[in-house]
Ligand binder design. Sequence first.
Ligand code: SAH
Length: 347
Amino acid sequence: METPKKDIRALSKQQLRDFFTSQGDQSFRGNQVYEWLWSKGAHTFEDMTNLSKATRLMLQEHFVINHIQVDQMQKSDDGTVKNAVRLHDGLVVESVLIPTETRTTACVSSQVGCSLDCNFCATARLKRMRNLEPGEIYDQVVAIDKESRLYYNHPLSNIVFMGMGEPLMNYNNVIKAIEMITSEEGLGMSPKRITVSTSGIPKMIRKMADDEVKFKLAVSLHCAVEEIRNQIMPFSKNFPLTELREALQYWYQKTKSKVTYEYVVWKGINDTKVCIDALVKFCKQVPCKVNLIEYNPIDDGEFQQASQVSIEAYIDALEANGIVAKVRRSRGKDIDAACGQLANKEA
Ligand code: SAH
């Protein structure tokens, strides 16, 4: 059987240069191809017009370009755009463009499905099929940047890794994608405009700190009472809150970058004084802010958004303790593009 061709975007610039030398060609061709692949976003070797026909054919014999294809685009009444992103093997992930008056945020996926099992999240029901390649993450960002320019007349301003998947379970590829997004050969975006959101994997948070990454960190906390968190996010039984807290302290020590906690308040689950007190206490351990996210119903109603009064009780308690708390309204709910709703319904 013929071995499958390798995705050329898995090669670094140096590896591409070496490849050309090994073919008896000049190494600068590697730079040219690299530029086509990343700065110019070529989908095919045919597009690489400053290479000879023979060189393009030679590349085609050895490699493929596993570019994504935006299959379908839905636009919400509030301007949010959801892309169904088809991958080279036919699998589909989703990414979302979220516009405000002054900026556009891309919400991108890091895995097909998700390795974790949060009970309130639609993506968790898909199970993890595979990790996304760096190029597949990068392409989602490029696609949204184009849409942002087209529909909103300005380039993409921010990126959040809050689509499908757990980015820290696909750490190396997420890091490679961010390197391309931030490099001058890629999109040249500032890492300060990128947020990686994790359900809280202590070992990987420490690794990020050791790697001195420059992007921001968000943690889906949802509850600072261990038993309740374990119930709604069962995987977290393996990661006690003490370990998470210590990892976050380590992160702050190394990076001096505040952590954002994402937090949904549910009726009858975490709308109690005990939970509020636990959150305040947890927040005092590491410099942070709290985003109270509106719940986006995904099913039969096991989870329900708590009352306004409960949410205000959270805000009052956090603010009384000097902790910044914001309520985040959902965007794109009508097209199932809001947090926790990405589940390839149309695919
Ligand atoms: N796995 C990462 C990245 C996904 S981010 C993480 O957990 O952080 C998606 C965010 O939406 C997370 O904060 C998640 O907890 C939240 N979320 C999931 N389901 C939701 C729902 N139904 N309504 C509102 N937020 C939800």
